[in-house]
Design a protein around this ligand. Sequence first.
Ligand SMILES: C[S@@+](CC[C@H](N)C(=O)[O-])C[C@H]1O[C@@H](n2cnc3c(N)ncnc32)[C@H](O)[C@@H]1O
Length: 240
Amino acid sequence: MQDQPKFFGRRKGRTIRKAKSFLLDNFLPEIRLSADKEINPEKIFGKKDKYCLEIGFGDGEHLAALSQKFPQNGYIGVEVYKNGVANLLSLITGLKEGNEEDLSAEIKILDTRVDNLRIFDDDVRLLFKALPSGCFDKIYLLFPDPWPKTRHAERRFVNPENLAELARLLKKNGILQIATDHPIYKRWTLEQMRYNKDFRWTAKTFDDWRKPPADWFETKYQRKAIREGRRPVFFEYERL
Ligand SMILES: C[S@@+](CC[C@H](N)C(=O)[O-])C[C@H]1O[C@@H](n2cnc3c(N)ncnc32)[C@H](O)[C@@H]1O
């Protein structure tokens, strides 16, 4: 068995109320992935235009919006934070707190969506071993925890070991999209990527990294950053 990697973030926050607990117990198992056997996105979703991974989807707004807007793609979302997973389930089924009378009904994804989303609700590093090489066209890492103190630098997700895995998982010319609002993480990411031989920064002008790419959906952390006066950046790297 693989050693459990050390995880330093939060796995659970406030008490999860009735409707969301119900979704975790009754709907999550239908779209949850297990890392015990190989996970091949092409086999899970069938033939799709693109296969994408979002790491640390938080409250899931970006992933819910993206998977709805692009039914022709298949999406795998990963998040350890239970409350965030529950929120994503609420977004894709439409079941909200207060709709207690719906809890006895069969829960399905909204009619406006297709079945193109799967969830791994644990540390993404445990998922890596189950995924075949070159299986994704795009990987999103949006506002990773910055761990700004120098003594916590080794907790930052952008590091040589994780980048080697992301490079393995991306197809040639696939895209790694990293967004961050933290000045230390901006510098850190640029430094980590500068000498990485697997990736090429695609930006040609300032706007290419200072403005969100087309088809962007704001995340909770992005809104928080803007509210608090920090400026998010959007780094796009191409797999060589
Ligand atoms: C700062 S939050 C950003 C959430 C979301 N992307 C957003 O922009 O609103 C970082 C998220 O990454 C998740 N996370 C951190 N490390 C992770 C890991 N190794 N595997 C899965 N999720 C992880 C955390 O639980 C947290 O929800």
